[in-house]
Design a protein around this ligand. Structure first.
Ligand SMILES: NC(=O)c1ccc[n+]([C@@H]2O[C@H](COP(=O)([O-])OP(=O)(O)OC[C@H]3O[C@@H](n4cnc5c(N)ncnc54)[C@H](OP(=O)(O)O)[C@@H]3O)[C@@H](O)[C@H]2O)c1
Length: 345
């Protein structure tokens, strides 16, 4: 018995990766895929990577049609658009994983400060932050899962265990992240043009990127007190991948083995988090196309911990994590359709 699934926003980079991975899911039947720009076009003509696996037409987003066709819905729309349709999907008793930022915040004021007025704030309390390795039990029972942002995934997987264990001194956390250009989505944008991006490397939204308050809210919930970070994202000329270099001050000196023991406690049984041995540091090229988050670390002096994490922003940072969440919500084996070995080189 297969579950009928819809992907809203299937013509975008995250939506397309959802379709790519879901088409290999033995318990899923893709029954609706949406796009306004490409409505009525066959999806595999638009994206021949899917030939001949999928024979389905893109359709404009009409929520009342979607709920007739699907029992489980992925929303891969820009923020603001997602919260417009969410109340109807919830009233229709569907289960949803939303890839936008609209339901990631517990504090509505924080969302409204960094994004815009929330049109469905009544759903924020029940939405579950979908970081499976740290929130599995709540995800299982949730009807609405807010898939984490790509940068937050790369920062929170390494930081949350250390913060939860009370090992990090407040005030000194620096997250220095570099992302490939697909992080900006597929819509036409001058800053994503080849000539703007290739042969160049830049910082952007320094200390005012919208993923900063998302990381801070999750860290503060874990620490049970407000915890701020310095966050500097960069754009690098590659298609996929995020590498985050994280600097944190330990409250008291710890050995590498002691830090490793904390990661082992949280991730020892986790398939998608690979803690690297001493002397090995993650690279984006080692996770490309996969649902892995790789984590390596070194100590600089007695109390400065430097952690490097790498993810594919479209897989563990978006579509793969979303499917991992669906697998948990529906009781499927958690790695179903997510067993890809990274593509290298
Ligand atoms: N890219 C990443 O690395 C990444 C990672 C994590 C989370 N996310 C989040 O995932 C969501 C999708 O991101 P993306 O990068 O995949 O974006 P994208 O490539 O720009 O795709 C956006 C999709 O939404 C559709 N869409 C846009 N406006 C719409 C509207 N008003 N009504 C109906 N459909 C509309 C587009 O369809 P058309 O064909 O009609 O244009 C397209 O299918 C965003 O919320 C983003 O923040 C992205």
């Amino acid at each position: 018995m297969k579950i009928n699934v819809a992907v809203i926003g299937a013509s975008g980079y995250s939506g397309l990766d959802l379709v790519r991975l879901l088409s290999q899911h033995p318990q899923v039947k893709l029954t609706a895929v949406t796009s306004e720009r490409y409505a009525q076009q066959p999806l595999d003509r638009l994206f021949p990577t899917l030939l001949p696996r999928l024979n389905i037409l893109l359709e404009p987003l009409q929520p009342e049609k979607i709920v007739r066709k699907a029992d489980f819905i992925f929303i891969a729309l820009p923020h603001k658009e997602a919260m417009e349709v969410m109340p109807f999907f919830m009233q229709s008793k569907k289960r949803v994983v939303d890839l936008s930022a609209d339901f990631r915040f517990k504090d509505r004021r924080l969302y409204e400060k960094w994004y815009q007025k929330h049109s469905a704030p009544e759903l924020l309390a029940s939405a579950v932050y979908g970081l499976p390795e740290l929130n599995r039990a709540k995800i299982k029972a949730a009807r609405l899962v807010a898939n984490p942002g790509c940068y937050p995934t790369s920062a929170l997987i390494p930081l949350l265990p250390l913060v939860q264990e009370g090992l990090i001194a407040p005030g000194g956390i620096i997250v220095d992240s570099k992302s490939g250009v697909s992080g900006a989505g597929r819509s036409a944008n001058v800053t994503s043009l080849f000539c703007e991006v290739s042969e160049s490397f830049k910082a952007y939204s320094v200390s005012n990127h919208r993923h900063q308050p998302e990381i801070e809210e999750q860290l503060s919930l874990a620490a049970r007190k407000p915890l701020g970070i310095t966050f500097v994202p960069h754009l690098v000329p590659m298609n996929r991948g995020i590498l985050s270099t994280i600097y944190a001050d330990l409250k008291k000196p710890l050995s590498l083995d002691a830090v490793r023991a904390v990661f082992k406690k949280y991730y020892g049984k986790e398939k998608f988090v690979r803690i690297f041995p001493e002397g090995m540091l993650p690279q984006t090229g080692w996770v490309r196309g996969s649902n892995y988050c790789d984590v390596g670390f070194v100590l600089a002096g007695k109390k400065k911990l430097i952690i490097i994490s790498a993810i594919d922003n479209l897989v563990k940072g978006a579509a793969g994590q979303a499917i991992q969440n669906m697998n948990i919500m529906l009781g499927f084996k958690e790695d179903t359709a997510l067993e890809q070995i990274p593509i290298y080189p």
